[in-house]
Design a protein around this ligand. Structure first.
Ligand SMILES: [Zn+2]
Length: 124
């Protein structure tokens, strides 16, 4: 699924972050990714596991969130978000369906968390 404003988004953040995010994607750090309506949620493995949320309108990224300290501190896009964006961008449409990711790839605790937390809880 091509992200329409990917170039704009990536050119607005430090190249170092883009580079690290792409490396994260390449080494398979994006562990699970599912769409719930317009919201894409993934777990990205870094120093520890971080959760990334991306909001899309059509193919346009409109908002992002990550549980890592970088986003809290700088209010700017982190390498985990870049990795998740690239994960979507590289997918061939198979992410449009929820639960497209094979169940064995999704850790049990992530699954149960997905079911127990409402989407609204993540918006703010
Ligand atoms: Zn992050």
């Amino acid at each position: 699924m091509e992200i329409a404003n990917l170039q704009d988004v990536l050119s607005s953040i430090p190249p170092e972050i883009v580079k690290r995010g792409l490396v994260y994607y390449e080494v398979g750090a994006v562990k699970s990714g599912v769409f719930h309506g317009n919201t894409f949620r993934a777990v990205v493995r870094g120093t520890r596991d971080y959760e990334v949320l991306l909001e899309l309108r059509g193919n346009v990224l409109t908002a992002f969130r990550c549980t890592c300290p970088y986003v809290r501190q700088y209010d700017s896009m982190c390498k985990h978000v870049v990795a998740a964006l690239w994960y979507i961008h590289k997918s061939k449409g198979d992410l449009k369906r929820p639960w497209a990711i094979k169940r064995k790839d999704v850790e049990a605790e992530v699954l149960s968390e997905l079911f127990s937390k409402s989407r609204e809880a993540w918006i703010d």
